[in-house]
Each structure stands twice: as structure tokens, then as C-alpha cells.
Design a protein around this ligand. Structure first.
Ligand code: FES
Length: 80
């Protein structure tokens, strides 16, 4: 599709996506900062930013939970 075309109906999972519009933070950057983070504020601190409007906070909390599950899965595999 060339410039000016319509966006595809489904998102390309390989394509980075903005999660925090206020700080222009993409999913990959936030996901990387989520590993080992205890809370949303810590993720923002690691990215060198501060939350503003707060609309993205539930999504960042989900990234923390996903990172926690990944880390637990990796630890479980390493222990086997
Ligand atoms: S979208 Fe993240 S603080 Fe506004």
C-alpha cells in the first residue's frame, strides 16, 4: 500500500505501537523497562519520563504483569 492509503484492518504485531502518547513511548520501550519493575512509576522513571494524562497507565500495568509472567516462566525453565 502506498502513501495515503488506508490502514490495514489488523495491526501488524511486528510494528512498534505508541502506548503513551503524552511521552511518545512505544510498546517495546515500555515492555523492556517493565522487566523487574515494581510499579508503573518505576517504568516511567526507567524511561526518563513522567506520566501526564494517565490514560496509558492500565496498559503499562499490563506490560509489567506480562513481563513478570515472562520472568517467572524463564526462571521456572532455568530451574528445571
Ligand atoms: S498517554 Fe501516557 S501519560 Fe498520557
Amino acid at each position: 500500500m502506498g502513501r495515503g492509503g488506508h490502514a490495514p484492518a489488523t495491526e501488524d504485531p511486528a510494528k512498534p505501537m505508541f502506548v503513551c502518547i503524552c511521552n511518545a513511548l512505544k510498546d517495546r520501550e515500555l515492555a523492556a523497562a517493565s522487566h523487574g519493575a515494581r510499579n508503573v512509576a518505576e517504568v516511567f522513571r526507567r524511561c526518563g519520563r513522567r506520566p501526564k494524562c494517565g490514560k496509558c497507565l492500565p496498559d503499562v500495568a499490563e506490560l509489567i504483569e506480562a513481563a513478570r509472567e515472562d520472568d517467572q516462566g524463564a526462571a521456572k525453565l532455568a530451574a528445571e
